[in-house]
Design a protein around this ligand. Structure first.
Ligand code: SDX
Length: 430
């Protein structure tokens, strides 16, 4: 007997189907609710609303579980490369050696960007935020590849667009880094793996014969990119789906996702965390004072990198990043005073009733910035790295929505404005 939910509206009882996901999650299917009852649901911020079914990522916020296509984030971070995880997200299975080599080779065919893109930097104000530049550059790709404008061309054309975007994102991110330092760009080297190539384009110099990235840094970057690769229907992934549902092309759907990620409540938090830790350090490291400010309703200060819409227990990614943080700083021989402050903040918050009652734990952004800074990235560049990591997740969400031929996303509302009123000409308005 299929499971149903009963509701009574204006004395009439209605039955709505209940669906159960492959991990036992339950949802009341309200797709026929308005036709049946004339009512809609209201759920500002979609805290209780599922926008889609999906087979890409599973989260259990109570148990702190994160899996991609059935594989645990712990296994993937420990045993896979970032490009393997990208393949997994996009194709649903981990690649065989032959499939991986083919995937990597195809990406290497597209790592260069049109030289015209470099001209865009002449328009950007010096020192302007790298995320604003990334949004512009990503959207501009649609101008250089007009055939990508129709996302429903044959699968071969769409797959080429996917490969182009995956291949060019590191090149664009490295160009943004170089231009902000007034340095000449370093072209991609197809002799390097995906992550090493990105590090070479970023920290290598045209005057250097061969920049060899520190294996500790390559390993840390792989882990960080994996930990950011996808996170089901977060704000930016939902944005990519929303924009893509209008049949907009992949480049502009991705640019919209990057824009959503920029917000300090979302991916922009990793920059805010470092700025917050620096502020506390400069203020003498008085952790108790800042925890009190975070709890004070009359104070706008929030503990950035803490709390999560879904994780009401630990964020498994934060645990892995915290350990990676210790490893990287120890191996690089770096003592960053803000790491101690971060650990004291975490300890103070996790024993404080305010945070315990609200189930606020460190999230993916709390420790990541400390590693990025140790590797040499400026604070306002951290969210660019989040976007680079999240790209295969966004693409896989966009592909899933496109393959399922989902309708254009168009939520409803409840109107609470003025009742009907006659138009009065300005001269008669007193
Ligand atoms: C990411 O969705 C994803 O999956 C996102 C992400 C991904 O991989 O895509 O995981 C990446 O965006 C991580 C989150 C990064 N953002 C931050 O670290 C910013 C700081 N955190 C928050 O602003 C907040 O916790 C959110 C935005 C993450 C979640 O907000 P919710 O679910 O809307 O919860 P809320 O704002 O309604 O807070 C509930 C209560 C409130 O107190 P009361 O009104 O009940 O008294 O908790 C309080 C909030 O004031 N609260 C905090 C807090 N976060 C929530 N108080 C102090 N410091 C905080 N950080």
């Amino acid at each position: 007997m299929p499971e149903t939910a009963k509701i009574i509206l204006d004395g009439t009882e209605y039955e709505l189907p209940v669906m159960t996901g492959s991990e036992g999650e339950k949802a009341i299917d309200i797709s026929k609710l308005r036709d049946l009852t004339g009512h809609i649901t209201l759920d500002i911020g979609y805290k209780n609303t599922g926008a889609t079914t999906s087979g890409i990522t599973f989260l259990d916020g109570e148990l702190g579980i994160l899996r991609h296509r059935g594989y645990s984030i712990e296994d993937l971070a420990e045993k896979a490369s970032y490009l393997e995880v990208a393949y997994l997200l996009l194709n649903g299975t981990l690649p065989t050696k032959a499939q991986y080599t083919d995937f990597e080779d195809k990406i290497k065919e597209h790592t260069l960007v049109n030289e015209g893109l470099e001209g865009m930097f002449k328009a950007f104000p010096t020192g302007s935020h790298p995320m604003g530049q990334l949004i512009s550059m990503t959207s501009a790709l649609s101008l250089f590849y007009p055939k990508s404008l129709n996302p429903h061309r044959d699968d071969e054309a769409v797959n080429r667009t996917v490969l182009r975007l995956l291949a060019k994102m590191p090149t664009i991110c490295a160009m943004i880094y170089k231009k902000r330092h007034g340095h000449p760009i370093v072209y991609p080297k197809n002799s390097l793996d995906y992550v090493s190539n990105y590090l070479n384009m970023t920290f290598g110099q045209v005057t250097m014969d061969n920049y060899t990235p520190d294996p500790v840094i390559v390993d840390a970057m792989n882990k960080l990119l994996i930990l950011h690769a996808d996170h089901e229907q977060n704000c930016s992934a939902s944005t990519v789906r929303m924009v893509g549902s209008s049949q907009a092309n992949l480049y502009s759907s991705t640019a919209a996702g990057i824009a959503a990620l920029w917000g300090p409540l979302h991916g922009g938090a990793n920059q805010e965390v470092l700025e917050m830790l620096e502020l506390i350090r400069q203020d003498g490291g008085n952790v108790a004072k800042w925890v009190a400010k975070a709890k004070d309703k009359n104070d706008n200060f929030r503990l950035m990198g803490f709390g999560h819409r879904v994780y009401k227990n630990f964020d498994p990614r934060a645990r892995i990043i915290k350990k990676t943080c210790d490893d990287v700083l120890n191996k690089l021989g770096i003592h960053d005073p803000v790491l101690e402050i971060a650990k004291q903040l975490e300890e103070a918050a996790l024993t404080d009733p305010y945070f315990i009652e609200r189930k606020l734990y460190p999230n993916v952004d709390f420790y990541s910035g400390i590693i990025y800074r140790a590797i040499g990235f400026p604070t306002d560049f951290f969210t660019v790295l989040f976007a680079m990591g999240r790209l295969p997740g966004w693409i896989s969400q966009w592909q899933e929505m496109r393959k399922e031929k989902q309708p254009i996303a168009r939520p409803r509302q409840i109107y609470v404005g003025e009742p009907p009123r006659p138009f009065v000409f300005m001269n008669d308005r007193g």
